[in-house]
Write a protein that binds this ligand. Sequence first.
Ligand SMILES: *Cc1c(COP(=O)(O)O)cnc(C)c1O
Length: 215
Amino acid sequence: MSTSAAAARLEALQAQLPETTRLLAVSKGQPAASMRALVELGQRSFGESRLQEASEKQQELADLEPLDWHFIGRLQANKVRPVLRQFGTIHSVDSLPLAERVSRIAAEEGLQPRLFLQVKLRLDPNKAGFDPAALRQHWPVLQQLPSLQIIGLMTMAPLGLDREERLQLFAECSALAGELGLRELSMGMSGDWPEAAQAGSTWVRVGSALFGPKP
Ligand SMILES: *Cc1c(COP(=O)(O)O)cnc(C)c1O
């Protein structure tokens, strides 16, 4: 990755994001050197989807001031403990049993992870997430789980929606978060972050539009 091209992309993105929308740099598949270049430009929050890959890069970047690591991948039950040790925020808690497990292990580890509950607002066999009705039903239980900071909702738009349909989907997610009293929204990726930001996303998760094509 050319540092100047990355700097230009980062600056352009930051200039277009509303003040209330933060940028999560999705660095999966990118080398630590590319991340280091963004850190030098002031970026501190990074999203990773695979534990092993993230661990290697965390070691390579250990000389820097601690970075803000977010886990955005599918969270397997047997990876909860190492993910909690290495990430302060998880965007992909998609069931009550998984939330209960995260709560129990966080308590054992003396941690208070920040969680987004992933919701699925459209039928989409490729995506995980709480059904909104199930989330409303489980919410009283979820809220009481110890050692968790449930801060918001995360969603992904299925492929093939047009701009209006994406805006509608993100607005629904925002309304659901409001109903539950949650303030943070993790919505929007390279292809749809403008609509997500317009709908009130507080974290856009941007990979390719920031780092450029995969090396
Ligand atoms: C890869 C990924 C992103 C970033 O995707 P881009 O299209 O490269 O911006 C965002 N969120 C999740 C959950 C991802 O897996």
